[in-house]
Design a protein. Structure first.
Length: 378
């Protein structure tokens, strides 16, 4: 079928989890035989239109360029939709979005709302408090109208969408590109990254947002500064620079295409989330752990917190180890345990690779999504 995928505020290719998600879903559906058109944000210097990996990318702009003003792209999206004449539209949800859903309604074709962050307000939400001041709750009414208008929703967990929309919501997790992320240490990559010979490399990748727990990771690393045989590698964040107070290095923002090589240079993956630092996570851990899936696909034993669904993805003692949330001492102890036990690292990493290939690949994600597309378009 012909699919229009509207993700107007994402840059593809890019360096964020959102851009990775859009890229992998679009080319995953194309690989399954669908004609896929993606609408994404245009960075200066990038072409307005381009075909890559079987996907027709349409890059658009609006002014001012902040995502808060994404609604100003509505006419452009509508014009592309009228030209493409898709069988179904997928829109990546944003509070003030809706251009894909509205375009589908005008063309009288079904739409799917892809929800990766809460549609509902969490307890203590500032956004919700401001909305209540308007009495009629215009923001909530707008978001709920999008959910009603969409033929179906897909989300990592149903609790982040309004209760009335949950019966038409399909639970779909993110995944990893298991062809790109594969086991196998890359000695050349280690040398190019400045990693000393003979060390156990512990990796943290992703954004440096507070709830990702990079502060927990760095404090655990400082506690192990005496262990010159353990090296900490951080991919992401604002700058490339030597680590301060521990044995390691910050790589800064790394292009997605380079990440498989970075993780192939590691021995252990860390995802020490600190969920108390993000109010929305009171609704449940809806945050799709892209870094976890990529660690596992690379065959890395993974350290993370004992919170669902992380406990289902990484089973304690099978694919990795669970560490107490927000506890650098517990994380340091788990790192030392793995650093001192190479056979354990191999066993956990082997099972991690097997589990993500079977259950948490982008190919599996697109297989589930395809069934939703076929159902709403029939």
């Amino acid at each position: 079928m012909r699919v229009l995928y509207v993700a107007s505020d994402q840059v593809v290719p890019g360096r964020t989890g959102g851009s990775v998600h859009v890229l992998e879903v679009a080319r995953g559906l194309a690989a399954r035989g669908h004609e896929v058109h993606g609408i994404v944000h245009r960075n200066p210097g990038s072409p307005d239109r381009e075909e890559a990996d079987g996907v027709q990318w349409h890059r658009i702009e609006w002014s001012p360029p902040h995502r808060l003003f994404r609604f100003r792209a509505r006419r452009t999206v509508a014009a592309i939709a009228s030209s493409v004449r898709p069988d179904v539209v997928i829109e990546r949800y944003y509070n003030l979005g809706g251009e894909g859903v509205h375009a589908a309604a005008r063309l009288r074709i079904p739409s799917i709302l892809e929800v990766n962050s809460p549609v509902i307000d969490h307890p203590g939400s500032l956004k919700g408090a401001l909305d209540r001041l308007a009495v009629v709750r215009p923001l909530r009414r707008y978001r709920e109208a999008l959910c009603r208008q969409a033929a179906a929703l897909v989300a990592p967990m149903p609790e982040i969408v309004p209760e009335f929309a949950r019966p038409k919501t399909e639970t779909v997790t993110w995944g990893a590109n298991v062809e790109a992320f594969r086991p196998g240490r890359d000695g050349g990559a280690r040398r190019s990254l400045g990693i000393p010979e003979g060390v156990v490399v512990v990796a943290f990748s992703g954004s440096f947002r507070p709830w990702h727990g990079v502060h927990v990771f760095e404090e655990a690393a400082r506690r192990l500064v005496r262990r010159t045989d353990v090296f900490f590698l951080l991919a992401g964040g604002p700058r490339a620079e030597p680590a301060r107070g521990f044995n390691g290095r910050h790589l800064g923002a790394v292009p997605y295409a380079s990440m498989p090589g970075v993780l192939a240079a590691a021995d252990v993956g860390c995802a020490p989330y600190d969920t108390a630092r993000l109010g929305q996570l009171r609704l449940g851990f809806y945050w799709s752990p892209l870094k976890v899936f990529e660690y596992m696909a690379t065959g890395l034993p993974t350290l993370t917190i004992p919170r669902f669904p992380l406990t289902e993805i990484v089973r304690d003692g099978l694919e990795g180890l669970h560490v107490r949330e927000g506890d650098p001492a517990a994380l340091a102890a788990a790192i030392e345990r793995l650093a001192d036990d190479a056979p354990m690292r191999r066993d956990l990493g082997g099972r991690a690779r097997q589990r993500v290939v079977e259950r948490y690949s982008w190919a599996r994600h697109c297989e589930v999504l395809e069934k939703v597309l076929q159902r709403v378009a029939s």
